[in-house]
Design a protein around this ligand. Structure first.
Ligand code: PLP
Length: 475
């Protein structure tokens, strides 16, 4: 089975809450292959004929019959049953690719591509930054320069910045790194129900080791109430973890107020700032943040590079053991070129923050007005005021989010879904559930904008969206 398919299946199984056995994998692999080659045909008979799958085995992975098959493989199969709705295909005469998924990841910006080309083709900086040679020193200085840039933007010392491989690693290092220092005494971590899976799953793991995790509800507008955090603090709490900006609904949390509470009680405060960094000003000292994670690929740097800010005197256990790179906190030879790219991307993001946010605000406003003009009954999930200007998370009444996502995908428009009939389970994102949105009524789609979002992109979407919605409702 190829890795892409395996990753896709793993993601679907997580969303659907299905634990995949070897036999499930065989059935799914055959099913994908079958539809890739045939598009239509007697799947069940073929599963039986070619891999000897029994009806019970097939039912176990496709509990809703062909509806489940459809959601696993993402192609339209018409069935009369309710449940997962098919996608719709419409003809477009001016096909283009439109990217409305910048909260998911961003393309490299041209300055970064140029810097990477320079690095690989011109700079001859391939030395090991830990080696004493002049070549090694050249690489070391490049890392140092990126560290200084990021530290200056955050108004912290460069010694406080540690490079990692991504936001997920930074989040793991923050949470486990602090918890592993307390393996004997354990204790409680206060967090919210809308954190990123890299935070929630790290916390879930700590629970298996005997740590206590308390998940705080957010208000219906997706904002955490600092007073609720204050109320929940007791003598066992040794860490408060709240994200700066939510990845699905773009809501900006009152980090300063929570930081103040944490400071008063002398509790370290960890902030996942992966979606916030480069988009809103963040000053860890002013906001009383003790640890903060960032990632390159949300700000037009490559995927696979991140960093973490750690305040002075806060002790964390490293997760990787090896050399003493990154002040002994993150072993492994540094990814020098990507570190340079992260430093440069951060610098540009800060330089353009005000003007880019203004541009994105007007895109967000126009987009929402045009949506309301064709769909007056949509809902906006999460506060509209306390939100990044590049995000609109929309509930479409009487639409299946997965069907809309796939239908848009067919005309080249890329978005994310927050509620979809995944693998026949009708899975709804944790964040949307935390907002108490009626997910039976609304199909949730996240539109997120960025550097290359143009009027032409928006016009293209609005040329076809009404037709897609009408067809989806009528099919
Ligand atoms: N935290 C948040 C809020 C995110 O949005 C993401 C990425 O989507 C991450 C953490 C993980 O970052 P990375 O993809 O660099 O591992």
């Amino acid at each position: 089975m190829n890795n892409l398919l395996r990753t896709y299946i793993n993601r679907m199984s997580r969303l659907a809450g299905v634990s995949i056995t070897r036999r499930h994998l065989d059935i799914l692999e055959f099913t994908y292959d079958f539809y890739r080659k045939n598009r239509v045909g007697p799947l069940y008979q073929n599963l039986k004929k070619h891999i000897g799958a029994t009806k019970e085995e097939i039912d176990a992975i496709f509990p809703n019959g062909l509806n489940s098959v459809y959601t696993w493989v993402g192609i339209p199969i018409q069935t009369p049953d309710l449940g997962c709705k098919p996608i719709t295909q419409i003809k477009v005469d001016d096909y283009r690719e439109v990217y409305f998924d910048y909260n998911s990841t961003t393309p490299l910006r041209k300055e970064i591509i140029k810097a990477l080309l320079d690095f690989f083709c011109e700079k001859r900086a391939y030395g090991n930054p830990s080696s004493g040679s002049a070549l090694g020193e050249r690489a070391y200085l490049i890392i140092n320069d990126a560290r200084t840039k990021i530290a200056e933007l955050l108004k912290v010392k460069s010694r406080n910045i540690i490079f990692t491989s991504c936001g997920t690693e930074s989040n793991n290092l923050a949470i486990k790194g602090l918890a592993f220092k307390r393996l004997n005494e354990k204790g409680k971590i206060l967090t919210t129900k809308i954190e990123h899976p890299s935070v929630l799953n790290s916390l879930k793991y700590l629970q298996t080791l005997g740590f206590d995790i308390e998940y705080i509800d957010v208000l219906p507008d997706g904002i955490v109430d600092p007073n609720e955090i204050k109320r929940r603090i007791d003598k066992n709490v040794f860490l408060i973890a709240v994200m700066a900006v939510n990845n699905e609904i773009g809501t900006i949390q009152p980090i300063g107020e929570i930081g103040k509470i944490a400071k008063e009680r002398n509790i370290p405060f960890f902030v996942d700032a992966v979606q916030a960094f480069g988009k809103i000003p963040l000053n860890p000292a002013e906001l009383n943040i003790s640890v903060m994670s960032i990632s390159g690929h949300k700000i037009y740097a490559p995927k696979g590079i991140g960093a973490i800010y750690i305040e002075d005197n806060l002790k964390l256990s490293p997760l990787l053991h090896g050399g003493d790179q990154e002040f002994g906190l993150r072993a492994g030879t540094e990814n020098v070129s990507y570190i340079a790219a992260l430093g440069l991307a951060a610098q540009i993001a800060y330089a353009e923050m005000i003007s880019e946010n203004q541009r994105l605000f007007s895109i967000q406003k126009e987009f929402l007005n045009r949506l309301l003009a064709i769909e007056p009954n949509i809902i906006v999930n999460g506060s509209l005021d306390k939100r990044l200007p590049n995000n609109l998370n929309i509930g479409f009444p009487d639409i299946d989010g997965g069907s809309l996502l796939l239908s848009l995908n067919q005309i080249g428009v890329y978005v994310s879904a927050g509620s979809a009939c995944n693998a026949g389970s009708g899975e709804i994102s944790r964040v949307i559930r935390a907002l108490n949105v009626d997910a039976k009524k609304y199909g949730v789609i996240r539109f997120s904008f960025g550097l290359n979002t143009s009027n032409e992109d928006i016009n293209y979407l609005f040329k076809y969206l009404p037709k897609i919605l009408t067809k989806l409702r009528n099919e």
